[in-house]
Design a protein around this ligand. Structure first.
Ligand code: DX5
Ligand code: ZN
Length: 229
């Protein structure tokens, strides 16, 4: 995958119909999703539980774009290989998940997957300074992780700006995750983000029987992003 900083929408299947993941993934990709964002939660690092490696394996054949796996788990190192073997294209770990994020990123890169580091809203941008050489992406959380449908945290915009400055011209994506919608995406584009996770903003009002609603929602996000460029 060659690097480009064009606007990418990565719907989070945490907001999808849990009885129809295969169809939902096919629907969002047919309706314009650039990536598929998979939220892995362990009920320890975050107060919610979602997908183990077998679920990722089941999603894999349905994903034709790029499977972006967001590990909200601690410890994370013991599970990296299993998520890579299950088919993750990108594995994102939280800098707060343990004492050795540098080693975690080394382990992700060693699997051949792209490697990302995520910052919770309370974590300052400067903690990733020495991790950037190992990163393909920095994920700035704009909600406290654990659930979809939460309110966007406005200070995330300034953190994106700080991360963009730290990155300079390195080929590192900036992804934002949580409360992204047509009203919040513009300032994030201006601040330097290029990849946008959206759960409720994509899935709201649609279903596998009415996937065109997903297309309308994705187009509304892209239009708001392009208007800010
Ligand atoms: C939250 C997850 C997000 C969430 C986004 O812990 O990491 O990906 O699913 O959902 P919305 O877009 O509805 O905030
Ligand atoms: Zn996420």
């Amino acid at each position: 995958m060659s690097f480009d900083r064009s606007i990418k929408i990565a719907p989070s299947i945490l907001s999808a119909d849990f009885a129809n993941f295969g169809q939902e993934i096919q629907a969002i990709e047919a309706q314009g999703a650039d990536w598929v964002h998979v939220d892995v939660m362990d009920g320890h690092f975050v107060p919610n539980l979602t997908f183990g490696p077998p679920a990722i394996k089941a999603f894999r054949p349905h994903v034709k774009t790029f499977m972006d796996v967001h590990l909200m788990i601690a410890p994370v190192d013991p599970y990296i290989q299993a998520y890579a073997d299950a088919g993750a294209d990108m594995i994102v770990a939280h800098v707060e998940a343990g004492p050795h994020p540098h080693r975690t990123l080394q382990a992700i890169k060693a699997t051949g997957a792209k490697a990302g580091i995520s910052l919770n809203p309370g974590t300052p941008a400067n903690v990733i300074e020495h991790l950037l050489p190992l990163c393909d992406m920095v994920l700035v959380m704009s909600v406290n992780p654990g659930f979809g449908g939460q309110k966007f945290i406005p200070s995330s915009v300034d953190k994106v700006r700080q991360v963009r400055e730290m990155i300079g011209d390195r080929e590192i994506h900036i992804q934002v995750d949580g409360g992204v919608d047509p009203n919040t995406i513009g300032p994030l584009v201006k601040a330097g983000a290029d990849c946008f996770v959206a759960g409720s903003a994509v899935f709201k009002g649609g279903s596998v029987d009415t996937p065109e609603v997903y297309g309308e929602n994705i187009r509304a996000l892209k239009a708001a992003a392009q208007a800010a460029q």
